[in-house]
Design a protein around this ligand. Structure first.
Ligand code: SF4
Ligand code: SF4
Length: 410
């Protein structure tokens, strides 16, 4: 009815997904009805799932009478939407005139412009806890399992390696796939049934594209290294390894990959492997099916490349932080127990006032909601200066109070 066509299997899937978020969302709102942040946040994920992911794409496709637009979840940003830059999707958008072109440009702007600005202002919570469908399902249907997340330091180490490796893999495979269908000269042709249906003059030749991506990444990495190295601490070195790996891969793509192959693998096989292993097994089967074993945010924490990008932005240049008032903390541990991202929130509060500025924090606010001492944990936005204040608190077992007092007087 929405599209004026028979429903596809994706429509059925979207319907079930939306119904799950709506029904469990109502349950969640009733449970946290005394906490306005939780009520509004859950209303937001229910709204974005119902409209941006479900109704609007169907209605837009129905209004577009000339060609079939591909299904496009407007709130799914690359790399979460891993097929955005695949040839079939790009071609389908391009042949659909200005509407398709607008959607393609919106997809590019989402990751390059909209995402960094919103994360700067609000932290990654604007997406992970207020908009994202995966996060929406985790927060609503997965609410009963949030306490099962692993809080150990080894889980934190695995998380950082795994999620950033998936991101590096997503960047390299996307660049390789786009490179495979771009022209060697400046004319991009769209073929259908053996005939050219459209052609465009384009700056994006294979070599220009690789140079552009490599140069952009180098500039971003250089800026981080010069101005924000301290925020990453020892992880800056791992970031450098990831960056070098990507640049070497781009050089490899230039010399070793063609229209058929990405290095030694067929493109179709790489796309299927990514779609199956990351898109289906990791995000679907493990990420959702394993809620009762790994907690409700296993995918967001260990596998989502979008969460990895937003987490880097949050750590490097966001105004968001959770402030702690350690003097009132009674060390009950509720906050750590119910943190779905496995953050030991209590340890921050116990240090006497260290802000929580963690890349993985999705700003769900549950740590604050379950704290029996209201006001200890607050989700706040503030200036960038001084937000990472781990050195500013009393870390020693026996601080010399007389010395601190005399320093304060000075
Ligand atoms: S630290 Fe608090 S706001 Fe952040 S993910 Fe954990 S429970 Fe949610
Ligand atoms: S829930 Fe509140 S009181 Fe309990 S440990 Fe966490 S910050 Fe302290």
């Amino acid at each position: 009815m929405l599209k004026g066509q028979a429903a596809s299997q994706w429509f059925v899937y979207g319907t079930l997904y939306t119904v799950a978020i709506l029904s469990f969302g109502i349950k969640f709102i009733l449970k946290y009805r005394h906490n306005s942040y939780e009520v509004i946040r859950t209303g937001s994920v229910m709204f974005f799932q119902t409209t941006f992911a479900f109704l609007i794409p169907e209605i837009m496709a129905g209004l577009n009478s000339t060609k079939d637009l591909p299904y496009y979840d407007l709130k799914n940003v690359w790399p979460l939407n891993y097929y955005l830059f695949e040839q079939w999707n790009v071609n389908a958008l391009l042949v659909n005139g200005s509407l398709g072109m607008t959607m393609l440009l919106f997809g590019v702007a989402s990751i390059l412009v909209i995402t960094p600005i919103l994360t700067y202002k609000f932290g990654k919570r604007w997406y992970c806890s207020w908009v994202c469908g995966c996060g929406g399902l985790a927060e609503t249907a997965g609410d009963s399992f949030r306490q099962l997340s692993d809080k150990s330091t080894s889980a934190w180490k695995i998380e950082r390696w795994l999620v950033h490796s998936v991101l590096v893999f997503a960047v390299i495979s996307t660049v390789g796939i786009v490179h495979s269908y771009l022209p060697k000269n400046n004319t991009y042709k769209i073929w259908e049934d053996g005939a050219v249906v459209k052609q465009y003059d384009t700056f994006f030749t294979q070599s220009n594209f690789l140079i552009l991506v490599g140069t952009s990444l180098t500039i971003i990495f250089a800026l981080i290294w010069i101005f924000r190295r301290n925020e990453l601490k020892q992880d800056a070195r791992y970031g450098a390894i990831g960056f070098l790996f990507m640049i070497l891969a781009f050089i490899g793509i230039h010399f070793m990959s063609g229209t058929e192959n990405l290095f030694f693998f067929n493109h179709g096989a790489v796309k299927s492997a990514y779609g199956f292993l990351i898109g289906a097994v990791f995000s679907g089967v493990i990420g959702t099916g394993f809620y009762p074993i790994l907690g409700n945010r296993a995918w967001c924490r260990f596998g989502c490349p979008m969460a990895a990008i937003l987490g880097l932005q949050q750590r490097l240049f966001s105004k968001f932080r959770i402030t702690t008032n350690g003097g009132q903390c009674i060390s009950c541990g509720n906050c750590s127990t119910y943190c779905e991202m496995g953050i030991d929130v209590r340890s921050y509060a116990q240090k006497g006032g260290e802000n929580i500025v963690r890349a993985s924090c999705v700003g769900c606010g549950i740590c604050s909601a379950v704290c029996p001492r209201g006001g200890v944990l607050k989700l706040e936005n503030g200036p960038l200066e001084g937000r990472i204040n781990s050195e500013a608190v009393l870390l020693g077992q026996e601080p010399d109070l007389m010395e601190l007092l005399s320093n304060n007087k000075k």
